[in-house]
Design a protein around this ligand. Structure first.
Ligand code: GTP
Length: 593
């Protein structure tokens, strides 16, 4: 590929603003696929869990042929737990697409990812997506984006960002907010004309920065990144410059480029190419692969520090082994260490007990995904209540704080503010939209958010939206923050369920629902497995067939009461309990001492 016809871009957005749909459509319309190769739906969300939850967890590469251009698109994780990865990807590309929902506008993760793009000196192309939505307000959203650029200290060049209006769903785009063209042409053209081609020199000694890791049983660790200088060839000997400053020699076993969604073997690659390299054992993020004759390291990439930790244990409950394969401490250890092969933000520490490991990560979602994956692989295990990691900075202890953005109906505002007050949140901003909706912004100790989502949904009767992202380390908030729950609705059987009542999590007694107690979509219900027992399978009310209230012994139909996310289950954990995870259920158990 001629360098001037190469474009390397990243795509960033708040969760659900439509990145994946957009890339799917760009692929479909580009003709990158031959006719018999149908594009499967949701091309980029390749892993099961991602498809189910509809969120991007892993960064992925897609290569699109448009006219005689090759456009490499690196997808970025849409959740703040994976911010470090977004930051690294910014250094690998020459341009960025910032996707913003034409109705929702700027959300916390929009700000979070945009900050990272601006800090890396990128001038994002703003894609106002979902323009087909009936309540789309594209002009206002562009103004909001501009305000956000200014707030984040964008320079004059960055403030000149191009805007494309699009509907990823319909596969249309345009430079005009009033009128959509029939295809994505406007977006492709904006990409090729605004984003520069790589300028690095193929004549210089080789430099390649390992930016992402992948793992494959046959190939072992796979390093993904960009060739910064020179040429790299299959079979060649290279110098690997480690994070610690050492240099070792290695051989390039296999080299891959990207075509569509596939990785294909190539003989060589040159400066500016985004490629994958297999065969270098123990290669790590941030290391430089260089010319052995003239090894020069690139600046080491920063890796996010974990802010949350929990204990993973061998399942020692009396029911262990009934629903999945019982796992020995050796197996558990092996599995956790395998995860470290690709996930640099994860840390695993041994404890005094061979059966217990302390696993640290970026947040509840980060750790929740690991646990959920293990569960699906057939593992049984127990995990403890998550705790924030305290850090020592300049001689004093600090703990992580988050930015929290809340949209709530006006009538719930008082209750929300009060509940956050007890969790030591500090209000930074409040906007009353004048339509009965209020937007509130807080800074809150991360520990105060553990267990908050369910209480929030109850307080706002299911109408509230909350979003958070890491802010900074701050003074110790102390104990006594968080941990107040509203309760769990306990129901029985799948499908048709009887509401036994509300379970007060704090006192652990079963309280029956008062007749007329309202229930909401998004509330957590437990499947009652034994009378007056705290063992519940936790799932989330998805659809209530218009029933808004129920009393003791009322029967309601819970459509598809699917096992809900583990993060939600973790909210209910007390200090003296474990969450028992098996392939079939998630249960709360008293610790067996
Ligand atoms: P993450 O991977 O979690 O970051 O999400 P994403 O940004 O990849 O969002 P995704 O493409 O999964 O889209 C989220 C939802 O928005 C899906 O239900 C899409 O069908 C919908 N959606 C995406 N683009 C459009 C659009 O242009 N118009 C409308 N109406 N809906 C859209």
């Amino acid at each position: 590929q001629a360098r001037e016809k190469l474009r390397n871009i990243a795509i960033i957005a708040h969760v659900d603003h439509g990145k994946t749909t957009l890339v799917d459509k760009l692929l479909q319309q580009s003709g990158t696929f031959r006719e018999h190769e149908a594009v499967q739906e949701r091309a980029m969300d390749s892993n099961d869990l991602e498809r189910e939850r509809g969120i991007t967890i892993l960064a992925k590469n897609t290569a699109i042929n448009y006219k005689d251009y090759l456009i490499n698109i690196v997808d970025t994780p849409g959740h703040a737990d994976f911010g470090g990865e977004v930051e690294r990807i910014m250094k690998m590309v020459d341009g960025v697409l910032l996707v913003v929902d034409a109705f929702e506008g700027c959300m916390p993760q929009t700000k979070f990812v945009l900050r990272k793009a601006l800090e890396s000196n990128q001038t994002p192309i703003v894609v106002v997506n979902k323009i087909d939505r009936p309540n789309a307000r594209p002009q206002e959203v562009v103004d909001e984006v501009l305000d956000l650029f200014i707030e984040l200290g964008a320079n004059d060049d960055q403030l000149e960002f191009p805007v494309v209006y699009a509907s990823a769903l319909m596969g249309t785009s345009s430079l005009d907010p009033e009128k959509q063209d029939e295809n994505m042409e406007a977006l492709y053209e904006t990409i090729v004309s605004n984003i520069p081609s790589p300028t690095e020199d193929v004549e210089q000694p080789l430099q390649f920065l390992v930016t992402l890791l992948d793992y494959n049983e046959y190939l072992g660790r796979i390093a993904v990144g960009r060739v910064n200088r020179g040429i790299i060839k299959q079979g060649q000997t290279v110098a690997v410059m480690t994070r610690e400053g050492g240099t070792k020699q290695a051989r390039i076993e296999k080299l891959f480029g990207f075509v569509g969604l596939k990785r294909v073997e190539i003989e060589e690659a040159g400066a500016g190419d985004i490629i994958a390299i297999a065969g270098i054992r123990e290669i790590n993020i941030g290391e430089t692969i260089a010319d052995p004759q003239k090894p020069e390291a690139l600046p080491v990439l920063k890796i996010d520090e974990p802010t949350l930790q929990m204990t993973f244990l061998v399942n020692n409950s009396p029911f262990a082994g009934r629903e999945g394969k019982w796992v020995t401490s050796r197996k558990l250890r092996e599995r956790l260490y395998k995860e470290l092969e690709t996930d640099v933000a994860l840390r695993v520490d041994e404890t005094d007990s061979p059966d217990a490991f302390i696993v640290s990560g970026r947040g509840e979602l980060h750790l929740g995904i690991l646990i959920e994956n293990m569960r699906r692989e057939g593992f049984e295990l127990q995990v403890s209540k998550p705790e924030v990691i305290i850090k020592e900075i300049d001689g004093s202890k600090k703990e992580p704080y988050e930015r929290l953005l809340i949209d709530t109906p006006e009538e719930s505002m008082g209750a929300v503010m009060e509940s956050l007050g007890t969790r030591k949140a500090e209000m930074l901003n409040m906007i009353n939209h004048g339509n009965g909706q209020v937007r509130l912004e807080f800074r809150i100790p991360a520990r105060g958010l553990i267990g908050y989502r369910t209480q929030f949904l109850t307080l706002t009767r299911g109408y509230g939206i909350m979003n958070n992202a890491f802010d900074s380390y701050g003074p110790l908030a102390g104990t006594g923050v968080g941990g107040r729950h509203q309760g769990v609705l306990v129901a029985s059987e799948n499908g048709t369920s009887t509401f036994y009542g509300m379970m007060g999590v704090e006192d652990r007694g079963i309280q029956f629902l008062e007749p007329g107690t309202e229930i909401y979509e998004g509330m957590i219900v437990g499947e009652h497995t034994r009378e007056n027992d705290i063992i519940v399978n936790i799932c989330k009310v998805k659809q209530l067939n218009n029933i808004r209230s129920a009393g003791k012994d009322d029967t309601v139909t819970l459509k598809s009461p699917r096992l809900f996310s583990l993060e939600q289950a973790l909210e209910y954990l007390n200090d003296d309990e474990y969450c028992e995870i098996t392939p079939k259920s998630i249960r709360l158990r008293k610790k067996i001492l």
